[in-house]
Design a protein around this ligand. Structure first.
Ligand code: GDP
Length: 286
């Protein structure tokens, strides 16, 4: 967005005339970053209203004033400052949802390790009965990070496995239970019904939608659909280390009202970071 600031003249005030070109440039930068058009429109409207209502404080430049407006709005768009990670509970029960291949199983392991680092004990539960390889993957991840995995193979229903997994977690007295679920290549009715049934059965403290940051504009639809169907508590954005342009990060909150809680920045188990909107905003501003 640097180009936008350069387009602003050194007038004493922000005016409809002098913000026009910079705002156009910001709009272009957002669309280029793969933010969905409706989100960009609403964002630009708010920035314009705020910028024009803004008195430029003595000693600052209109440029600084506009940067501040955009930075504040970007932060606001992605959630408020000082976000917390997971909802409390004993045990904390985290239901993980998402399409196949987005990094959901990897994210279960990463989250388990994140909690272990906080000295919490964790149990992971494998409910993807459609892909034995997914169960094996979780078991393998569990071994690597020394976190037990509850599984009942592929002949018991996902709801039953989830329920018994939580019971096992209570029996073991763990602080948190992370439930991995089956993903599909596309959103479909069966997947949503199964997720709803699992959710109703285990009443998780968090329902996290795992979203591949490379999804770009499609992320907006995806997040909205999942949130409407299963009422997520937040999202995990994965593959933020790739060459994604960040658009997904800007859409999640706007379309669902829910925060991004974590981001995945690599394939390794320790590459999960808490998501901080203000940091992401300054990254986008460049
Ligand atoms: P699932 O089908 O959603 O459970 O997806 P997986 O957890 O099996 O992950 C799919 C692929 O994405 C694997 O090759 C992971 O190593 C990779 N992956 C997951 N998260 C990240 C991430 O944050 N960054 C990168 N670069 N790769 C990731």
């Amino acid at each position: 967005m640097e180009k936008a600031w350069k387009l602003l003249s050194q007038d004493a005030k922000l005016s409809p005339e002098n913000v026009k070109e910079p705002l156009k440039e910001i709009r272009r930068a957002l669309l280029e970053a793969d933010v969905s058009l409706p989100v960009v429109r609403r964002f630009m409207k708010r920035v314009e209203e705020k910028a024009l209502g803004q008195e430029v404080i003595v000693g600052t430049t209109p440029q600084m004033a506009l940067v501040k407006v955009v930075s504040d709005e970007l932060t606001e768009l992605m959630g408020s400052k000082g976000a917390k990670d997971l909802e409390p509970g004993f045990p904390q029960v985290v239901l993980m949802a998402g399409l196949q291949g987005v990094g959901k199983t990897t994210a279960c392991g990463k989250l388990a390790l994140y909690l272990r680092k906080q000295k919490k004990s964790v149990l992971m539960v494998a409910t993807d009965v459609y892909r034995p390889a997914a169960i094996d993957q979780l078991v393998k991840l569990g071994k690597a990070i020394d976190v037990p995995v509850f599984e009942l193979g592929t002949s018991v229903s996902p709801v039953e496995i989830a329920k018994r997994g939580i019971e096992e977690g209570r029996k073991l007295g763990v602080d948190a239970v992370i439930v991995d679920t089956a993903g599909r290549l596309q959103i479909d009715g069966d997947m949503m019904t199964e997720l709803k049934d699992i959710k109703a059965a285990i009443k998780p403290t968090d329902t996290l939608l795992v979203v591949d940051a490379m999804t770009g504009q499609e992320a907006a639809n995806l997040v909205k659909t999942f949130n409407d169907e299963v009422d997520i508590s937040g999202a995990i954005l994965t593959k933020m280390d790739g060459d994604s342009r960040g658009g997904a990060a800007l859409s999640v909150r706007e379309v669902s009202g829910k925060p991004i809680k974590f981001m995945g920045v690599g394939e390794k188990m320790d590459s999960l970071e808490q998501f901080f909107p203000e940091r992401m905003a300054s990254r986008i501003l460049g």
